[in-house]
Design a protein around this ligand. Structure first.
Ligand code: H79
Length: 439
C-alpha cells in the first residue's frame, strides 16, 4: 500500500513538472485589451501564396501527391510574379472593408516568401528576388491595415523535420528536432523584428514530432520579443484534434475554426478562416462563393462573436483574380452601408441561424435579416427588455410588438432593402452588450 502511495506521489510530481514545462506563465500571455482590439477588427484577408500557384494545386498537400516531390521542390526556380504589387493587394483588402491581412510566409512546403538567413529555400533564390513579406508589411502600414504572418509548424521540406509527406508516415531517422526548433525560432525572430506583425498564425502543429513544450517555449520566446503580438491556438503539441477550442490546456490566444463558422462564444475569442473559392492556393476556375454566402458568412461570424479571416489565393503572375477582387469589393460596398453593425460589435445574444443573426453595441441590437420567410420575424424573448425604437439601418421605420413574455415580432417590409443581409436596428432601454446569451 505504502509503495503504491509513493508511486502515486512520484507520478503526480512527474506529471506536474512535465505540465509546467509545457505551459506558459500567465505574466507573458497576451492582454485582454489587445485581444479585445483584435476582436473589434472582425474582418481580415488571408493570403495563401507561393511557387505552387504555377501548378494550380493545393499549397497544403500537393507536394509529393498531385505534384511529384522533385518537380514541386524546383518550382521556385520558375517563380517570377512580375505583376505582384503589394499596394494593389492591400488596397483590395482595404476596399473589401478588411482591417488586417495575413500572408503565408511559410507553408507546409517549406518555401519562405522573405529573405531568411536560415534557409536557402526562399524568395531570394527565385528569379523574382524581392521580399514579398516585407513589401506587404510596408504597404499595410501605409494603408493602415494590421499586418499578420502565417507560419506553419510542420515543414515537410526541412531535413531536420522527421516527416516529409502529408501522410505523416515514415519518420526520417536523420532528422533533428532540436535543430529544427532552433531554425524556427531564428526565422520567427527575423519575422518579428523585421516586420513587427500584429498577429502570428501558426498551423500544422498536429503531427507527432511536435511537442507541447516546443510550443510553450516558442510562445514565451515570441512574447519576449513583442509582448503584444497575438498568437493563434495552433502552436501547442499533442492537442486533441487539429483545430481545438480554446481552454486552459491549449496554448494560444484565440481559437481557429477552419472552413466552418465558429459557435457563439462570448468568453473566448475566435476567428473562422475560410476560402473565397474552394482551394487555399489559386486553382484555375475554382468555384467562387456567391455574394450572399460571403456576406452571410461575415454576418454569422460577427453574430457568433468571432472574426472572419477570408482567404484569397493569388495567381503565379502576382495578381489576384479580377472576379475575386470584384466579389471582395461587393463585400466592401455592403460594409460601407452596414459596417456599423459589424466592426466593434459583440455577437449574440441569439445564436445565428439561417434566417437571422444579431450583433450588439451599447443600447443597440442589430438584427441581420438574411431571408424574408414571412411577413413577420419573431425573435426569442429578452426578459425585462423594452424596445424603444426599431428601424432599418439604412432608413425606414419597422413596426414591432412585444408580447407579455418579451418575445419580439418585427414586421418586415415586403421587399427587404438588401437581398443578402438587411440590418434592422433595435434601440433598447438597456445596454444590449450585457444581455445573457439566449440558448
Ligand atoms: O493553410 C490552410 C491549409 O492548407 C491548412 N490550414 C489552413 C489554414 C491545413 N493543413 N492541413 N489541413 C489544413 C488539414 C488537412 C486535411 C487533409 Fe486532406 C486530409 C489533407 C489531406 C488529407 C482533406 C482531405 C483535404 C484533402 C483531403
Amino acid at each position: 500500500m505504502k509503495y503504491l502511495f509513493n508511486l502515486l506521489v512520484l507520478l503526480s510530481l512527474f506529471y506536474r513538472s512535465h505540465a509546467q514545462t509545457a505551459t506558459v506563465s500567465p505574466a507573458v500571455k497576451t492582454s485582454e485589451a489587445v485581444l479585445n482590439d483584435f476582436m473589434d477588427q472582425r474582418f481580415g484577408m488571408f493570403i495563401h501564396w507561393g511557387p505552387v500557384a504555377l501548378r494550380g494545386t493545393e499549397i497544403g498537400w500537393s507536394r509529393g501527391t498531385n505534384v511529384p516531390m522533385q518537380e514541386y521542390d524546383n518550382l521556385y526556380k520558375e517563380f517570377n510574379p512580375v505583376l505582384f504589387d503589394a499596394e494593389t493587394w492591400v488596397k483590395t483588402a482595404k476596399d473589401a472593408g478588411m482591417k488586417y491581412l495575413t500572408i503565408t510566409a511559410k507553408h507546409h512546403d517549406g518555401f519562405c516568401l522573405w529573405p531568411t538567413k536560415f534557409s536557402d529555400y526562399n524568395i531570394m533564390n527565385s528569379p523574382y528576388k524581392k521580399d514579398i513579406v516585407g513589401e506587404l508589411a510596408k504597404a499595410c502600414k501605409k494603408y493602415d491595415i494590421k499586418f499578420c504572418v502565417y507560419f506553419t509548424v510542420l515543414d515537410w521540406h526541412d531535413p531536420n523535420y522527421p516527416i516529409h509527406l502529408p501522410d505523416g508516415k515514415n519518420p526520417d531517422p536523420k532528422a533533428d528536432m532540436t535543430k529544427f526548433v532552433t531554425t524556427m525560432k531564428n526565422q520567427l525572430q527575423e519575422i518579428v523584428t523585421q516586420y513587427q506583425p500584429y498577429m502570428l498564425w501558426f498551423d500544422g502543429n498536429w503531427e507527432s514530432p511536435w511537442k507541447n513544450e516546443y510550443g510553450a517555449d516558442i510562445y514565451t520566446f515570441l512574447k519576449k520579443l513583442d509582448p503584444d503580438v497575438i498568437i493563434n491556438n495552433r502552436i501547442g503539441g499533442g492537442q486533441p484534434g487539429s483545430h481545438p477550442k480554446l481552454g486552459p490546456e491549449i496554448l494560444g490566444d484565440y481559437a481557429t475554426p477552419e472552413q466552418k463558422i465558429g459557435e457563439l462564444n462570448m468568453n473566448n475569442p475566435w476567428e473562422t478562416c475560410m476560402t473565397i473559392c474552394q482551394q487555399w492556393a489559386w486553382k484555375p476556375n475554382d468555384k467562387l462563393k456567391t455574394l450572399k454566402e460571403c456576406i452571410q458568412t461575415l454576418a454569422k461570424t460577427s453574430g457568433g462573436n468571432g472574426n472572419l479571416l477570408f482567404n484569397v489565393g493569388p495567381m503565379a503572375d502576382g495578381r489576384i483574380e479580377q472576379r475575386q477582387i470584384n466579389r471582395l469589393k461587393e463585400m466592401g460596398d455592403w460594409l460601407n452601408n452596414y459596417g456599423e453593425s459589424v466592426y466593434g460589435t459583440k455577437g449574440g445574444p441569439f445564436k445565428p441561424t439561417e434566417v437571422f443573426a444579431t450583433t450588439r453595441k451599447g443600447n443597440k441590437l442589430y438584427v441581420h435579416v438574411f431571408e424574408r420567410k414571412s411577413a413577420d420575424l419573431t425573435l426569442p424573448a429578452l426578459k425585462g427588455v423594452k424596445i424603444n425604437k426599431a428601424y432599418l439601418l439604412k432608413g425606414g421605420k419597422i413596426n414591432h410588438r412585444q408580447d407579455a413574455a418579451g418575445s419580439i415580432t418585427l414586421q418586415l417590409p415586403e421587399q427587404l432593402p438588401n437581398t443578402d443581409d438587411s440590418v434592422i436596428v433595435l434601440e433598447l432601454n438597456t445596454n444590449a452588450e450585457k444581455l445573457p446569451v439566449i440558448s
